[in-house]
Structures are given as structure tokens and as C-alpha cells.
Ligand binder design. Structure first.
Ligand SMILES: [Zn+2]
Length: 510
């Protein structure tokens, strides 16, 4: 009997401390899992790390993949954990020294800063023990200095916090509850808010749904999602949502389930609004889960965190069953617009066109839909797709493919105005010597630099232009240190519209 008890205790301890926290010097979250960013949901957590801090292996494991990109995740490490999950660390400044050598060798062979390689199997991959230093935090890719940390199960991004259970007896916080009538279920509507501190009640002659703003404080601050959210009518469960996993390859339901609308007020204050979409509903269609139809009684909202702490709110509700035509604007409103002689179809729930730009739903809110742009004839080279930023600004999104039947698509989470522009200005390069090194700066007024094609040689030998955060440039790294005196730098770059330029410049190191 005693023996069984001890075994159980050991098993419990192991479950509780399964992974080591990867950043021993920081536990502060600056970004949460499933936060809505301008063009995607955030599939991990962000940890404060203003200066380079060591990142350690959460368990024994091996290096699965290394990717270096000037944008996005920057320097990234994919580390296979002992249970088969993968930890992803992004925006690193460098890898530990043996791995850093591997990366530099691969860059030299490829001739590019950008590399992305995976080890074929466990046998050939570098191994590390739990607690070994793998890499250091930095500010590569997008965003200020921080560590982006994910746990993936194959293509599913899980909330990393669910693998850590520090003592937490604090309940999740239900910040607010809104409700909407069926006829108000339109993109952008957040219905009416309830005064939770004043015995609220809801009465509607139509079916209704609830929108719930919540977060889990625990030791994490205001950036953690709770692990479950439930709605009961009387004691019957009518809706259940687990907001802690995003499947990169699966149906994008999560985009419809997790809505974040508080950006208008204060991104840092209130976290999320959970909501279920009705899409287009006709009288003959059953209401989707979560709608309360023909009911009079108590509705209970329950939010649970990863430690099992529960917060609840109970509200007396009367909901009618009379259907009203929903306000959801249908795809029949889809427009098409002409572009350089081609007919380009835009499939979208609601699109209005302004010249060669299209505005997606409200200016400040569109959620969630996939935008597809197709053309049966080739697009002309030099075109790029942009999102309008400010009155005159354009943020280039991507280059329009020029081969055969062209299709582009993206998820647009917050609406906005999109358009297509022609770029006929190639990038501009400046080279200068600083502290025994040659640095570069590339600017492109129209469509920004597409770094994938930036290449360089110094005195005829491969050199690697390394990007720094928020600079269109950085140092040019060479295998050997450069001597004083004159050097010939050959450089080539392509921008997002596919315009190439090459330079041959001599630079003197004083
Ligand atoms: Zn992140």
C-alpha cells in the first residue's frame, strides 16, 4: 500500500514539473497565446527579454529545424522534446556556439542570410540535455526584443502555459459580458454590455448569444487565456470552447471562435471576446451551438483556468424563438475590380471598391474571412499587394505571382483597405565601414526589400548580409575578418515586386 502511494506521488510530481521553464531569467508575459495580430493569431507566448538571455532545453531532446529569416520569427530554433512535442523559440540573437557554427556554415554554402533546414532524423541531429543552453534571446525578425515561445504537437500550436502549472489558486477573471440578438449578429457588432455588478438580466424576443471577455491572471499577468469556457442554460451545457490550441492546418474555426475586439480601447487592458458566428441563417436552419432560443431561466457562464480554478457568472435570461432576418451581409455583395486589363475576382463577404483598392467590411473591423484574389491570366511583373496604412502609406504584403493561373489568399482579421500597386523603383543600397566591418543599408520607397534574394560577395568570396531589427540592413558577415584597406563588395537584391538590382562598390576599412 505504502509503495503504491509513493509511486503515485512520484508520478504526480513528474506531471507537475514536466518541462523546465525555457527562460530562467524571465517569466513575464508581454504577449499572450491566441492574441489577434494584424494578420494572424499569435500561436505562442511572448516573454520579456530586453537583453540577450540564455534559453534552455525544457527536456532532453534534439534540434529538429533551424530557420533564419530577416522578418517574421527571425532566428528560430525548433527543438524536439522527449515527449514528441516541439518547442519553438523565435527572435533569437544567436545559437549556442556549436549550433551557431552549423548555421554559419549553412549560410556560407547557401550564400544567403535566409536559411531553413531540418534534420532528417534524430540520429543525425544535435542532442541536448534538459537545462542545457540552446540559444540566446534577441530582436531578430519582427517586434522589439523578446522571446517568442511555442509548443507544437505536429501542426497544432498549443498554449505553452498549459505545460506549466505553478501554484495558482486565483480564479480567471470575467471582465465583461455582452449579449447580441440574432438580428444584431453582424461583423463588428458587440451588442449590449451587461453591468455585472448590478444583478443584470437579459430579455429578448429573439434568440441571443453571449460574448465573454476573460483572462487568467495566475502568475502570468493579463496575457494568459483560460483553458475552458462553458455556457449552461439551467444546468444543460450548450456551449464549450477550449481556447488553447490553434491548428495551423485544420479548419480555421478558431478564427471564428476567438474574437478580439478590444483593440479600439486598450490592447493591454481587457483581453478577449469569445463569440460564435451564425453565418447566414435562414428560418429553416438550426441555430449553431451557443445560441439561446426559446428559453426562460438561468444562464451560467463558466471559465476555467489550467489549474482548475473556476469563475462563474449567472444571469436570468428570457430569450424568444422568433427568428429575425439576420443582419449578416452575404457574399452576394462581392464585387470585382479591374486591374491592368485583367478581370480579378475578389471573393469576400463584403467588399467595396475605391479605385483599384478594396475596403474590407468596416474600416476597423472585419472578422474572420479568407481573402482570395484570382486571375486566369498572368499578372504583370512588378505588381505587389498592399494594405493601406494611414492616409498615404502602403504596407506591402506580398508579391503577386506571375506564373499561370495565379491565386493569392490571406486571412484578414481586422479589415482595412487593400490594393495593388506597380513598383518600378528598384531598391537603393548604401555601404559603409564601421569598426573593421562592412555594413549595408537597403531602402525601397515603394515595396520594401524582399530579403530572400539579398546576396553579397566581398573580394570574390561569399559574404552574408545579416539583418538587424527595424533596419533594412546590418553587418555583412565574412568567414575571415577583413583587413584594412580597399575591398570590392558585390551586392544584389530583389524587392517585393520582384525588381532586381546589383551593385559593385569599393569600400575602404580605415
Ligand atoms: Zn510572439
Amino acid at each position: 500500500m505504502a509503495r503504491i502511494l509513493i509511486l503515485l506521488l512520484v508520478a504526480n510530481l513528474a506531471a507537475a514539473e514536466k518541462y523546465l521553464w525555457p527562460l530562467p531569467d524571465s517569466r513575464t508575459l508581454t504577449g499572450g497565446y491566441a492574441d489577434s495580430r494584424s494578420d494572424h493569431f499569435h500561436g505562442g507566448v511572448d516573454l520579456r527579454a530586453r537583453t540577450p538571455l540564455p534559453v534552455i532545453a525544457p527536456t532532453d531532446g534534439w534540434v529538429e529545424r533551424i530557420a533564419v529569416n530577416p522578418g517574421g520569427y527571425g532566428l528560430t530554433l525548433y527543438f524536439r522534446l522527449s515527449d514528441g512535442m516541439t518547442a519553438v523559440f523565435g527572435h533569437l540573437s544567436r545559437y549556442e556556439s556549436a549550433l551557431q557554427e552549423v548555421v554559419r556554415d549553412s549560410q556560407l554554402v547557401a550564400g544567403t542570410y535566409r536559411i531553413d533546414f531540418s534534420y532528417a532524423d534524430e540520429t543525425s541531429a544535435p542532442h541536448y540535455g534538459a537545462g542545457d543552453v540552446l540559444c540566446y534571446t534577441g530582436a531578430t525578425g519582427r517586434g522589439p526584443a523578446h522571446l517568442h515561445f511555442e509548443i507544437r504537437d505536429g501542426a497544432v500550436q498549443l498554449d505553452p502555459l498549459k505545460f506549466y502549472k505553478p501554484a495558482d489558486t486565483q480564479q480567471p477573471v470575467i471582465v465583461g459580458v455582452n449579449w447580441i440578438r440574432l438580428s444584431e449578429n453582424i461583423p463588428g457588432s458587440s451588442g449590449q454590455s451587461l453591468a455585472l455588478n448590478a444583478s443584470p438580466r437579459i430579455s429578448s424576443d429573439e434568440p441571443l448569444a453571449l460574448l465573454i471577455r476573460t483572462y487568467d491572471p495566475g502568475p502570468w499577468g493579463r496575457n494568459a487565456v483560460p483553458s475552458a469556457l462553458r455556457v449552461f442554460v439551467d444546468s444543460e451545457l450548450i456551449y464549450e470552447e477550449f481556447p488553447a490550441q490553434i491548428d495551423l492546418q485544420g479548419p480555421q474555426d478558431i478564427y471564428e471562435q476567438l474574437v478580439y475586439r478590444e483593440f479600439k480601447h486598450n490592447d493591454r487592458d481587457v483581453r478577449r471576446l469569445f463569440h460564435w458566428t451564425a453565418r447566414e441563417l435562414t428560418d429553416s436552419m438550426p441555430l449553431p451551438a451557443g445560441w439561446i432560443d426559446g428559453f426562460s431561466g438561468k444562464v451560467r457562464i463558466e471559465v476555467e483556468d489550467r489549474n482548475g480554478n473556476i469563475a462563474t457568472v449567472s444571469i436570468p435570461v428570457t430569450a424568444g424563438s422568433t427568428r429575425r432576418a439576420t443582419g449578416l451581409r452575404s457574399s452576394t455583395a462581392a464585387n470585382s475590380f479591374s486591374l491592368t486589363g485583367d478581370d480579378v475576382g475578389l471573393s469576400w463577404a463584403e467588399v467595396s471598391t475605391i479605385g483599384n483598392e478594396c475596403r474590407i467590411n468596416d474600416e476597423d473591423f472585419a472578422f474572420p474571412a479568407k481573402l482570395v484574389l484570382t486571375s486566369e491570366t498572368d499578372f504583370e511583373p512588378g505588381l505587389y499587394w498592399y494594405k493601406r496604412s494611414g492616409a498615404a502609406g502602403k504596407s506591402p504584403l506580398w508579391r503577386i505571382p506571375t506564373d499561370g493561373y495565379s491565386v493569392m489568399s490571406c486571412y484578414v482579421l481586422r479589415g482595412g483597405t487593400y490594393g495593388i500597386a506597380v513598383d518600378d523603383t528598384p531598391p537603393v543600397l548604401s555601404l559603409f565601414a564601421v569598426g573593421g566591418k562592412i555594413k549595408f543599408k537597403l531602402t525601397d520607397d515603394d515595396s520594401a526589400i524582399d530579403d530572400s534574394s539579398v546576396r553579397s560577395e566581398i573580394d570574390g568570396e561569399t559574404a552574408i548580409p545579416e539583418f538587424e531589427y527595424e533596419e533594412n540592413g546590418g553587418s555583412i558577415w565574412t568567414a575571415r575578418s577583413l583587413s584594412r584597406g580597399k575591398h570590392t563588395v558585390d551586392f544584389e537584391a530583389m524587392n517585393r515586386a520582384g525588381l532586381y538590382k546589383s551593385w559593385s562598390v569599393s569600400v575602404t576599412i580605415p
